[in-house]
Design a protein around this ligand. Structure first.
Ligand code: NAD
Ligand code: UDX
Length: 465
């Protein structure tokens, strides 16, 4: 088996950056180069001030500080890095298509294809190409076709190695991965490639946690894993609506069912709805693939997970509007949290975007506080929806770094991300300076019911009447 000494990763994003940092940390003898066409992003990865890395993940800056310049490099010299590496990870974005066939559902593979063509153009010796991006089942076939038809007689072995890290816990998830999945051909060279990649992970993970499958199972497993996880959240969220009508308590239900070892306790937290760059995109992709094979019942089943999630977000917003006497025009509503979950600055598909948009439609005056998300990002998220003009968004919504101060004369607060700091706030002071009745809509079940009611709040906690 060929020993890997040089790795290149194309794509310095939420997956490429942390994943390669951890490989560099755990494999000091391997040189890891992360490349990207986005010069700004690479400059940010190379910044002297580690607090301004492009991605915020607990534990990341320490690893980058330790390995960068030794065996971890960030660069825009894509061709050079491809040329030098024996193993190339493709970790570029695969967003939902916004045009043409499959618009709104299928994965857009144009960045993947560009990478494949670039590798084919540059490579002068045999390479192992690893799909790290989440891809529709059978994409490896397309990559192989592109690579094999370039005429420079280089032999490429394609592996699928999907990433299961969750944002906010990326470093922990990478170092203590439940499992690593490696899909490849069942040929001698395919097996050698799988073993070479396995050897990288074996630097820090026990071999029995590194699963080998065929390429197609590996590609599809990633979509299925995300679909199952999202399905759990939608399942519990639909029950939260029922709890609010029946005096049942969603937390007690999660606990009661989670004690069944077949169900298990994790991922049963009711919320304002799941967000993040993966769940919706990957389910839409699964739905598209199922439909493209004529499996309409399969597609409908999984599509329901997204419909339930959209319902949860709009249900939350409608509850705010109806609780505030069906008129929120000109009312000051403070939003705590814009990220799609705590401990990340990522806002992709965050429930906060949909809730804010619904409240803005009713002409509320919104003020947003998030400890990690920039003002620029918040406006970009809203403008992207195209619901109203950018000027209108800036007129109706402002962003603050003073979470307590802004609650003065506010009608309501909506908690949309479960940042720990919200629990530590002096809620009595906040209550005193808000207009009465003072409402708190807790979309993350973060605060204590009795305490909030004792202070005097009209406190709504998702999944509890
Ligand atoms: P991202 O948008 O954060 O990063 C992708 C990077 O690829 C960008 O910086 C972009 O500039 C770069 N890129 C695009 N085309 C390029 C090219 N031709 N050459 C060089 N660089 C190029 O995306 P991400 O969140 O890191 O996701 C990457 C993949 O991993 C996706 O398929 C996603 O579904 C999957 N994934 C993401 C997560 C997550 O938590 N974000 C988890 C598991 C899997
Ligand atoms: C997810 C998968 O967990 C990960 O394995 C995959 O690689 C990428 O997609 P991520 O989107 O980063 O990771 O975060 P995750 O922790 O899964 O949360 C996704 C969304 O679901 C968040 O908005 C979160 O707040 C929400 N969620 C999660 C709930 O509302 N309730 C839960 O019980 C769990």
């Amino acid at each position: 088996m060929k020993k890997i000494t040089k790795i290149c990763c194309i794509g310095a994003g939420y997956v490429g950056g942390p994943t390669m940092s951890v490989i560099a940390k755990q494999c000091p003898e391997i040189q890891v180069t992360v490349v990207d066409i986005n010069q700004d992003r690479i400059d940010q990865w190379n910044t002297d001030d580690l607090d301004t890395l492009p991605i915020y993940e607990p534990g990341l800056k320490e690893i980058v500080g330790e390995r960068r310049g030794k065996n971890l490099f960030f660069s825009t010299e894509v061709d050079k890095a491809i040329d030098e590496a024996q193993m190339i990870f493709i970790s570029v974005n695969t967003p939902t298509k916004t045009y043409g066939k499959g618009k709104g559902q299928a994965a857009d593979l144009k960045f993947i294809e560009l990478c494949a063509r670039n590798i084919a153009k540059v490579a002068k010796d045999d390479k192992i190409v690893v799909e790290k991006s989440t891809l529709p089942v059978r994409t490896a076939q397309a990559i192989q076709n592109i690579l094999d038809n370039t005429g420079n007689a280089v032999k490429f072995e394609i592996l699928s190695n999907p990433e299961f890290l969750a944002e906010g816990t990326a470093i922990e998830d990478l170092i203590h991965a439940d499992r690593v999945l490696i899909g490849g051909n069942d040929t001698p060279s395919g097996q050698a490639a799988k073993d070479a990649l396995s050897a990288v992970y074996e630097h820090w993970l026990p071999k029995e946690r590194i699963l080998q499958t065929n390429v197609w199972s590996s590609e599809l497993s990633k979509l299925v894993a995300n679909a199952f996880l999202a399905q759990r959240v939608s399942s519990i969220n639909t029950i939260s609506a029922l709890c609010e009508k029946t005096d049942a308590n969603i937390q007690e239900i999660s606990r009661a069912i989670g004690f069944d070892s077949r169900i298990g306790p994790k991922f049963l937290n009711a919320s304002v709805g799941f967000g993040g760059s993966c769940f919706q995109k990957d389910i839409l992709n699964l739905v598209y693939i199922a439909r493209s094979y004529g499996l309409n019942e399969v597609a409908d089943y999984w599509e329901q997970v997204i419909i339930a999630n959209d319902y949860q977000k709009s249900r939350f917003a409608e509850n705010i509007i109806s609780s505030l006497y069906n008129t929120i025009s000109g009312k000051k509503i403070v939003i705590y949290g814009w990220a799609f979950k705590k401990d990340t600055n990522d806002t992709r598909e965050s429930a906060a975007i949909a809730v804010a948009d619904a409240l803005l439609e009713e002409r509320a005056e919104i003020i947003v506080y998030d400890p990690k998300v920039s003002e620029e990002r918040i406006y970009a998220d809203l403008d992207y929806l195209n619901t109203r003009s950018p000027e209108e968004n800036r007129r109706l919504l402002t962003v603050t770094k003073e979470p307590i101060e802004v609650t003065k004369e506010a009608h309501a607060i909506a908690i949309l991300t479960e940042w720990d700091e919200f629990k530590t706030y002096d809620w009595t002071t906040i209550y005193k300076q808000m207009l009465k009745p003072a409402f708190v809509f807790d979309g993350r079940r973060l605060l204590d019911n009795d305490t909030m009611q004792e202070i005097g709040f009209n406190y709504y906690k998702i999944g509890q009447s």
